[in-house]
Structures are given as C-alpha cells and as structure tokens.
Ligand binder design. Sequence first.
Ligand code: ADP
Ligand code: MG
Length: 332
Amino acid sequence: MGEFDLIARYFKRPARRAALGIGDDCALLQPAPGTQLAISCDMLVQDRHFFAGVSPHSLGHKALAVNLSDLAACGAKPLAFTLALALPEANEPWLAAFAQGLFELADAHDCELIGGDTTAGPLNICITVFGEVPVVDGRSLALLRSGARAGDDLYVSGTLGDARLALNVQQGKLTLPAHLLTAARERLERPTPRVGLGLALRGIASAAIDLSDGLMGDLGHILECSQIGATVQVDRLLQCVACRTKPGSAEIETAINLSEEQWRTLALAGGDDYELLFTASPSQRAAVAHAAQTSRTPVHLVGQINASPGLRLLDAQGRALPAHYASFDHFA
Ligand code: ADP
Ligand code: MG
C-alpha cells in the first residue's frame, strides 16, 4: 500500500464543516463570524509518551485527547485537526485500530480531520487542533493562564495521580490488584479531555490550564503568568486520587501499599492527568457548581490564590508541607 492509498483508506472522509478537507495542498477552514481560532499542537513520541506495545486504538484516542485538552483549557469549542504521522511501516490492522480510536473521539466532539502529513520513520504522532472562541464587544472569551487574582478559589476537575500510578506499574515500580490497574490504565491510556467543562467555564473562571505535567508545575505556570501566589490544601487533592479510596466511601484503599508521601507525589506531580486546573472568584461558586453539573464533570475546591508570590502546601491541620514535588520536564 502506498502513501496516498494509506491516506485515502484510513484518514480521508468527506468534508463536513471545513470549506475544503483532505486532498489539496491546504485545507480551508472558515471561522464563524465573531470568533477567534484557538490553535494548539501536541506530539506523541514512542518511548517518551507511550510504549511500543500500547493498543493502537488507545493511542489514536490519546493523541487527539491531549490536544482537545488544550482547547478545553482555553474554553474553545473543537472544530478541526491535522495529523502528522511518521510510521515505521504500513501495518493495516494497526492503522485501522488507530484510525478507529482517533475518529471515535473526534466524532464525539464533532472535530474534523482536515489534513496532515504521512512519512516513514520512527513512530511519531503530531496533531494540531483548531477550536473556536467567541469575541464579545472586542474581548475574547478565551480562558488564559494569566487571569488569576488574589482571593480567587482554586479548583481541579476529576481525578489526579491515577495515570502516574499506572505508569509506575508499567515501569515495574509497584504492583496493583487487577481491578485497580484496569482503572488506572484507562486514565493513562484513554484520558478524557474536559471540553464540556472548559466551555461551561467561559465567563466564570478567571484562569485555567490543563494538567499534563503535574499540578505543581502547571499551577506554577498560572502563578507566573498571573504574577500571584497560591495555597493548596493537600488533603483535598488526595481525595482526587481515584485509586486511593474505595468507590462510594472515604475508606483508604489498603491494597495499594504507598506512604502518605508517595500519595502526595502522585497527586502533586503525577502528570498525564488531562484535568483542568482553574481559578474563579468566590462570588462565582454557584456558577462553578452549575458548570460542573451541566458538563457532568466533578470539580473540587482545593485551595486559594494569594497576593504573596509562591506556592504553599498545607496539610489537613493547616500545617505547612515541604513543596519539593517536581513536575515533568523533558530536558530536566
Ligand atoms: P503536500 O505534498 O502538498 O504537502 P501530501 O501529498 O503530503 O501533500 O498530502 C496529500 C493530502 O493528504 C493533503 O491534503 C494532506 O493534508 C493530506 N494528508 C496527508 N497525510 C495525512 C494524514 N496522516 N491525515 C490526514 N490527511 C493527510
Ligand atoms: Mg503541496
């Protein structure tokens, strides 16, 4: 199978919203009047972001999910994406499963594949997504990292740390009972981009970011861009680690033998969570609860934004904890 057959068989579908889809030198995309394009690009590299044996269906899902997560963090509505693919070989069962995982998520978000590039080489997947954000009275409704203000509440969505738990198992650092490993692997391999929540938070959240590298580092980006500080209630964060507690109870899962310090590391520096971290004025608490409800996304209040710079961690008794949890950095 040649390059163009491969594209035609696995990736080319009739254009829907795009003015011109796959097949010419450029795709043509017409943003709706009164909107801006939100654009983001994320690359997945074998042995860096995933292991060789990972299911191609999951990989197709994750490659797009991490990109949709960036749109979610900006409060942008997904429109379209491009796919640059380096493949060691044209393995048809692999391509069929990859395309299925990719298009299932794309269709769920009405996000259309409009172009890309295909080349032979070590497996590498690079997606660029395009989303739409309204501009009202000359002001963009995009959620930015720079909008947090002293006194704002600090929230995270969903669950934290479970993806890292699965990674630790794959790296042979610990073992998990089968039912917990299944749940943790789902979080690592098939993250849920919080697109609905991001859209619902437009005009409510003051700042937002998606959690890809671990909360400490990603919150650090908000603090730096907004030039403020924050206090995080670590016991509240620990309640966001799904594998830590038994479903429907506050009881700690004793089948996972981790120290309190290890649980904190998972929640604070886990990475690969693809949850939203956002801030909002306390006057918006009811609106935040409503956004969580309409988007069917759990949201947890985990701290506050302060005028004094720096990131402070507190335990359940309000005592300071050391803030030495490092986020992921490819070149650190
Ligand atoms: P060019 O050489 O002009 O860059 P190509 O021959 O690489 O174009 O690609 C032909 C068409 O197929 C283009 O419309 C391109 O966007 C599309 N395309 C190539 N690879 C992919 C892919 N992996 N997924 C979707 N579209 C692709
Ligand atoms: Mg060309």
